[in-house]
Design a protein around this ligand. Structure first.
Ligand code: NDP
Length: 220
């Protein structure tokens, strides 16, 4: 059965994707920085995507193994306000970029040997809030980080596509999680079901795009 590694698997969208993949028989390396989830076909992995030693331990764990799918799902949001929101400190920028941008790139690098063994695929959970074509004021830090996450996905798809590794970026919808809030538009079940269908369709010919969980292409 296919093997998938997913970051931020302990709650929210990441947990629901993990549950659904395991339920259909996939092996899931369910990563979390603390208390990774357990269950049938779950391999719990402690991974903080911002910590070099944690990423190095992941590389060691994947030695000689093959990975069919990597889902970079872990994400942070600090500051939802306008330009005067005091949440936008230099420290906040460093924290969010460390997870949403550097963390994505470093996780991909740690998993690349295992992905190469299977000609695996990479799904980056980004956001349409990073789309310059759909720019709005507010949440500046998060928007900038997700713009960079989408850019990484598209750029990596150009290089890795040549060796058969497809990379796609995805907007999960506005989802009822700790991040999305209780008033968000859709459930984690709806989002995860759509995202998994998108991951299943991902290949080198259709890679390098930002897709809504239900499949529509989003200009970035
Ligand atoms: P949650 O806030 O519910 O969960 C975030 C997850 O990321 C948690 O598992 C959290 O772990 C993990 N995480 C944060 N920092 C790190 C780190 N340094 N290392 C490893 N894991 C980390 O968010 P959602 O489930 O809503 O979001 C999942 C993804 O979807 C994110 O990338 C988010 O930006 C994106 N997204 C969500 C939307 C929504 O409406 N919900 C809309 C658009 C995009 P911990 O429990 O340890 O903090």
């Amino acid at each position: 059965m296919p093997t998938t590694l997913i970051t931020g698997a302990n709650r929210g969208i990441g947990l629901e994707i993990s549950r659904r993949l395991a339920a259909r028989g996939d092996n899931v390396l369910a990563c979390a920085r603390a208390h990774p989830p357990t269950g049938e076909r779950f391999e719990p992995v402690e991974l903080d995507v911002t910590m070099e030693d944690s990423l190095a331990a992941l590389s060691t764990r994947l030695d000689g193994r093959a990975l069919d799918l990597l889902v970079c799902n872990a994400g942070r949001l600090i500051g939802r306000g306008g330009v005067d929101d005091p949440a936008y400190s230099a420290e906040a920028f460093a924290e969010v970029l460390a997870v949403n941008v550097t963390g994505v790139f470093m996780t991909i690098r740690a998993c690349l040997p295992a992905l190469r063994r299977a000609k695996g695929r990479i799904a980056v959970i980004s956001s349409q809030m990073g789309s310059s074509a759909r720019a709005k004021g507010a949440a500046y830090l998060y928007r900038a980080s997700k713009a960079a996450a989408t850019n990484l996905s598209v750029s990596l798809s150009k290089e890795l596509g040549d060796e058969g590794i497809a990379v796609g970026a995805y907007h999960p919808g506005w989802v009822r999680t700790d991040m999305g809030g209780g008033g968000a538009a859709i459930s984690v079940e709806e989002s995860a079901a759509g995202l998994i269908a998108r991951f299943d369709e991902l290949n080198v010919a259709n890679a390098g795009r930002l897709l809504f969980y239900s499949g529509e292409e989003i200009p970035f």
